[in-house]
Design a protein around this ligand. Structure first.
Ligand SMILES: Cc1cc2nc3c(=O)[nH]c(=O)nc-3n(C[C@H](O)[C@H](O)[C@H](O)COP(=O)(O)O)c2cc1C
Length: 298
């Protein structure tokens, strides 16, 4: 273990800044256990109070620079998911991602997962009705969701926000005003793909969320803008595939970064990125925590 990689995000100690992003292999304890051996923390698939079936296939497709998905927040519901997560071995901290339509439902959800180290509020899924981005586009509602959820739990609460809003900084500020312990930026961007031979949209839901390498510059800019205005920690997400991306996000202001689509291409990625970051810190003699936001000052 390298001390230079350690970060502390809203009181959560991570052995490195690499987190598993929500929805990517985060539905079963067995896969979370395996990934958490090398990750700094893991975030589960988003869960709501009641079971949700999700959209028909195709729900995830490839494009040249990443993925487009419209899974539809498929989830077994809070009670069944809480049972499943009891098999989590806690090799690294566990953050449970929640989706709901009202502040009270978010608050209620936290009570099912008292063993979690923190919560991530999905205020940003672009393809589910009445939840996700539908809640996360309204600054007043975002503030209220965070405020009411914070009252229900003493664990850190992170707001995961979207660039598909008028002003992501306004939403980040609303989360901070509501008492959020940090923000996660960004979720997927709205997008779609049309089959030119069948002459129809490929995803069963017509459109979905774009992730992967192609969205990285958008995500870095969002982290940059949020860092300029917010005092709470920022967790970067969007297109991280290499150790250089991790450093770039941290220089822009992220205290940790999440990996999503990259897991579809390599399931050893936490190990290989961690090793590369150790080499980087040996070369520079820096601790990663010290480079957070550095690009704003040089
Ligand atoms: C198949 C798939 C499912 C996802 N499910 C969720 C989810 O349940 N909740 C959530 O907040 N984000 C979800 N996301 C978004 C990711 O957590 C991440 O924020 C986004 O993909 C950008 O990161 P990436 O470019 O590293 O994939 C999902 C993404 C993909 C590709």
């Amino acid at each position: 273990m390298s001390e230079a990689l350690r970060v502390r995000v809203a009181g959560i100690e991570m052995r490195n800044p690499l987190m598993l992003a929500s929805g990517i292999m985060g539905s079963f304890s067995s896969s979370l256990n395996r990934l958490s051996e090398h990750a700094g923390a893991v975030v589960t698939k988003s869960v709501g109070l009641a079971p949700v079936e999700g959209y028909r296939n195709p729900a995830v497709i490839n494009y040249s620079h990443g993925l487009i998905n419209a899974v539809g927040l498929a989830s077994p519901g809070a009670e069944a998911f809480s049972e499943e997560l009891r098999g989590y071995a806690f090799y690294s901290p566990l953050i449970v991602s929640l989706f709901a339509s009202t502040p009270e439902e978010f608050a209620d959800l936290t009570t099912h997962f008292e063993f979690a180290d923190g919560f991530e509020l999905n205020l940003s899924c672009p393809h589910a009705k009445n939840v996700g981005l539908s809640v996360g586009s309204d600054p007043e509602l975002v503030k209220e969701v965070v405020r009411v959820t914070k009252r229900a739990t003493d664990k850190p609460v992170f707001a995961k926000i979207s660039p598909n809003v008028r002003d992501i900084v306004e939403i980040g500020k609303a989360a901070e005003d509501g008492g959020a312990d940090g923000v996660v930026a960004i979720n997927t961007l709205k997008g779609m793909k049309i089959d030119i031979f069948a002459k129809r949209p490929i995803l069963s839901n017509i459109s979905g969320g774009v992730s992967g390498e192609g969205i990285k510059p958008v995500a870095v800019k969002c982290v940059w803008d949020l860092y300029e205005e917010l005092s709470i920690p920022i967790i970067g997400s969007g297109g991280v595939t290499s150790w250089k991306d991790v450093i770039e996000f941290m220089l822009a202001g992220a205290m940790a970064v999440q990996l999503g689509s990259a897991l579809f291409y390599s399931n050893r990625i936490f190990y290989s990125l961690k090793e590369s970051l150790i080499a980087y810190t040996r070369m520079t003699g820096e601790r990663l925590e010290d480079i957070v936001g550095m690009a704003h000052r040089t």
